[in-house]
Design a protein. Structure first.
Length: 177
């Protein structure tokens, strides 16, 4: 980044000198407005260069979010944690009993949470991540529920980045309510 900023500042200075030479030879007439734009652009690059060390330090201080979940269950657990203490991960299997298969339905676990007075579940559906309001579910005779209306989040990978999923959940909830 610093090399690019320095190169850009050098390029603006070279351009300024070339324009001055061309004007001195009366080959061009550079307007005052154009000169002001060039001066402001060069100043912006210099200013950015002055602030860059602080930005780099702040970025280095950010938590490392590069570790992705290993399977759908780890993704659900991470999303539950990111949604906060009110979100509860409902597990349908014991610790270490889940192994990913090719069905696309994940492990059967779900994250339950409340948003603006409605209870929502987030789970792995048919090769997608789905958000369902319990208000839109029908309870069957065996006690299971069937969603009458769900919101597919558009991310298909079972190990999607949990922060991305939480962003999509919040955006969908904001749009719905």
């Amino acid at each position: 980044m610093f090399a690019q900023l320095n190169a850009t500042a050098d390029t603006f200075e070279s351009l300024r000198r070339l324009i001055q030479h061309a004007e001195a030879r009366r080959e061009i007439a550079f307007t005052t407005e154009a000169a002001d734009h060039l001066t402001h652009a060069a100043a912006a690059v210099t200013s950015t260069h002055d602030f860059a060390p602080g930005v780099v330090s702040a970025l280095n201080a950010c938590p490392d979010l590069t570790r992705l979940p290993g399977d759908a269950h780890e993704t659900l657990a991470a999303v539950s944690a990111l949604l906060g203490p009110a979100a509860k991960l409902t597990e349908r299997h014991g610790p270490g009993e889940y192994s990913e298969d090719d069905s696309g339905f994940g492990c059967g676990c779900e994250v339950r949470f409340e948003h603006r007075g409605r209870v929502w579940t987030f789970h792995r559906g048919d090769s997608s991540w789905d958000l369902v309001s319990e208000q839109d579910c029908e309870v069957l005779e065996d006690g299971s529920t069937v969603s009458m209306k769900g919101y597919e989040l558009g991310v298909t990978g079972s190990t999607a980045h949990p922060h991305h999923l939480v962003t999509l959940i919040r955006a969908e909830l904001d749009e719905i309510s």
